[in-house]
Design a protein around this ligand. Sequence first.
Ligand code: M6R
Length: 608
Amino acid sequence: MCGIVGYVGPRVATPLLIEGLKRLEYRGYDSAGVAVMNGAGVETVKESGKIARLEALLASAPIHGTTGIGHTRWATHGPPNQTNAHPHTSQDGTIAVVHNGIIENANVLKKMLEGRGYKFTTDTDTEVIAHLIQECFDGVLEDAVIEALWQVEGTYGIAVISSVDSHKIVAARKGSPLLVGLGEDEHFVASDVSAILAHTRQVVYLDDGEMAVVDRNGYRIIDLNATEISKKVAHIDWDLGQIERGGFAHFMLKEIFEQPQTVENTMRGRLLLDEATSKLGGLNLTDEELLSFNNIVITACGTSWHSALIGESLIEELARVPVEVEYASEFRYRNPIVDERTLCIVISQSGETADTLAAMREAKRRGARTLGIVNVVGSTIARESDGGIYIHAGPEIGVASTKAFTSQVVALLLFTLKLARLRDLSYLRGREVVDGMLALPGQIQQILDRAQEIENIAEEFKRASNFLYLGRGYNFPVALEGALKLKEISYIHAEGYPAAEMKHGPIALIDDLMPVVFVAPHDSVFDKITSNVHEVKARKGRVIAITSREEPALEGKIDYEFRIPETMDLLMPILASVPLQLLAYYVAVMRGANVDQPRNLAKSVTVE
Ligand code: M6R
């Protein structure tokens, strides 16, 4: 959600911090700030709104210094104004802190500190940390941070600087991602590798309970007992080009158009044509172990939850293993029936979603084996799961998930193939799936080549206030996903429903102003969905249909049609979701919405 970047080295810090913050802006962006050691002390500049406003402030009054920290904020405690923006400073002004996460005992600590004479000037929980570190400070910054953190309950990723113990950054993690970037005579801290990718690809990920003490010449990783920990250096192989827009108007559009490649990347080297199965090196499960599970639970949030629903149908249809899909936020607080004969699949683009991570830990605690289907390499879910499948979709910057969704479904297909072929899926049927999968990149490209047709449809509906999305079978989750895409970036109210459920309530909403998007390719439930189209038309609803061939049964019943290539039913969600992504995108752009950074949303939801 919020983003952290820090720099210590020979270069002037502020341009590096601003550059890092801009790359993090997609994570959370209601305000931003930096604190830099200016030679005399810690100087802090903060501003509400976009990074560009902070940049303008700094341009008019530059700070000269080579050690600093920066932050983009997504408000949790207190409104997104300049006062509440990070960094927050201690009462004596010697310490500055940036923080992601939530301090749960902030009120108790605040009362205690007020009793000792500290005055609070912001509505944030983070200010508590700054004063607490001052209270504990005795000349060595990391010692003070350790002492303070022993008193803190909740989640945090923090970076701290001090004008007394200067030329170093102390960073600590519990529940909110942080890493150290290793350069030549310079070091970085960041909550997300994209902030520092322009400068280094060598990183050390912090785990919960770990701290980094970073200066120009090196770094130490310690725990909260000050015991040194030795950590592996990871190499990041993402390109800078992948986190830039590369000529597209928005990251979201770029990411939609990348899907022929990203879907291919997810499959690359993993399909075994001769055996009609897949090879997944990261599962860390023998075939015997894979066959030993009684049931599968898939847990995720948002778009990843929609891909989980598709996974449920895939696994049950092809591998015949019972699957349950759970919202991670609900799973963690229920008493789910999960034990050592359960395989828990956790799906997350970021690998950092707080609810999903907590659900995975809960499943592990109950004895389940966990598999992460994750995009961000080295993310917490990727590291803590017992095994997994990286989707290899590359960095997804647009807040609305697009390419990660299609790649998640491909990863689920790969997993299903593997499991189903170990069970009783025939070679011929397996081969049909493999061949269908191999055709997907080209078929997605055919859809993208006709994006203009979707743009024309968007023009017709850009002023609508509500949308209904309907689908059946494999395409019900596609309807949910289409509705989510539209609402999150265009702010139009949209609902996704199984098409037949419409007559149990939503049909009351249909009139001549209501656009209804039917995901109705020619599949095994096509005849059923035809009746639902007729029901909408009989009530003068305006029908937009995603079809896959000329359908006499729909003649005169569709106002706007977009045809996608034909494929197997179980592959259809991958193709059908692409025009819906485009529809949401074009409508949002036409309404003047900020497509890549929709209001109130953040890319990675690292608070509960
Ligand atoms: O990183 P994750 O896949 O765990 O994120 C889950 C959701 O927060 C995410 O899919 C969210 O719903 C997106 N904004 C959807 O476009």
